[in-house]
Design a protein around this ligand. Structure first.
Ligand code: VTB
Length: 330
């Protein structure tokens, strides 16, 4: 195992894998306190504050490369912000402290606190624009689906590889007017479509979780969410492609300042997240992948999933927080 050849960096990274759990747990608990209150901003802010506080305790020399981008106009965890004690490895940090703010504000399923940590310079520095995405889980021949192929052809190819009919394929798509044609075309060939209102980080990851019944993710969601999902998919060996939607000169210029030379480039999984990456996500509200935060008496319970690409390890961590409960439930 690579890990047995222990370099200082690898030891640090191993330890940090568990440290990331604390970061997303705290963000999840903070925003879960504001679940169902109809205040997206407050819930997001609580998650951002908690995540930033915990990140700054980590022994890393971190730079936020995907943060609370321009779209959210958040003053903290902005792109370029330095995080950590600076005494540690140079790492890229991608955060979405509350992915699915609306879901949390309405106490609907699927909101999470999520972050990724990777070797410096290895995540795609994606501006906060849309990304056209396609993803499938592990176990399929490389290249059987393609972002530029017709959706019908992708479903046919996937069904063939899975050994089933197109009407036995379930695609996950965000419920948006921009996907009306895509949805109609997929339904015309009998494909079943599970629509989600928000939260496409989990949407993409679900392709790699057979229990969810999702075979393929298709459509347009946020670019930052695409990079976070790619980090998780890297660990389990799924396939993904994404293309930034840079449809105005301003967006092209903004992307160029972030190092994106070809605005039409189709990125594959290993270009979205090219190096060793650790991704942690904690449920805020109950969802397909994770249970939400549970406040029960003197204990706060959390569920977190951590992906580590170096070893392809996926851990599910059930947390019981007693000290934190005193602090939050006073
Ligand atoms: C998605 C989803 C997010 O934004 O990426 C989406 O994962 C894309 O933008 O939870 P639109 O909402 O404009 O379609 C969210 O829904 C919200 O940030």
């Amino acid at each position: 195992m690579t890990d047995l050849i222990v370099t200082e960096d690898k030891i640090i990274e191993r330890i940090l894998t568990m440290e990331l759990v604390r970061v997303t747990e705290r963000a999840a608990v903070a925003s879960a306190m504001l679940r169902g209150r109809g205040n997206e901003k407050a819930a997001d802010q609580a998650a951002v504050d908690a995540m930033r506080r915990e990140l700054n305790k980590l022994p890393i020399d971190g730079t936020v490369v995907i943060g609370e981008g321009e779209r959210d106009e958040a003053p903290m965890l902005f792109i370029g912000e330095k995080v950590g004690t600076t005494k540690g490895p140079k790492v890229d940090i991608a955060v979405d402290p509350l992915e699915g703010t609306t879901l949390c504000a309405k106490d609907m399923p699927g909101s999470i606190a999520v972050m990724a940590m990777a070797q410096a310079g290895t995540l795609l520095y994606a501006p906060d624009v849309y990304m056209d995405k396609i993803a499938i889980g592990p176990g399929y021949p490389k290249g059987i689906v393609d972002l530029d192929a017709a959706p019908e052809d992708n479903i046919m190819a996937l069904a063939k590889a899975k050994g089933c009919k197109p009407n036995e394929i379930t695609a996950l798509v965000m419920d948006r007017p921009r996907h009306a044609e895509l949805i109609a075309r997929l339904r015309a060939i009998g494909c079943s479509i599970r629509l989600i209102t928000d939260g496409d980080v989990v949407g993409v990851i679900q392709c790699a979780e057979p229990a969810t019944g999702i075979d393929i993710y298709l459509g347009i969601g946020g670019a930052p969410e695409g990079v976070l999902a790619a980090g998780a998919l890297r660990c389990v060996g799924g396939q993904m492609q994404g293309r930034l939607i840079l449809d105005t000169p301003e967006k092209v210029a903004r992307a160029a300042t972030m190092g994106i030379k070809d605005p039409k480039k189709k990125y594959d999984l290993h270009e979205l997240a090219s190096g060793d990456v650790v991704v942690a996500a904690t449920g805020v509200t109950d969802g397909a992948l994770l249970k939400g935060v549970k406040f029960s008496g003197d204990v706060i319970e959390t569920e977190t999933i951590v992906y580590r690409s170096l070893t392809g390890t996926v851990r599910r961590i059930a947390g019981e927080h007693r000290e934190l409960a005193k602090f939050h439930l006073d």
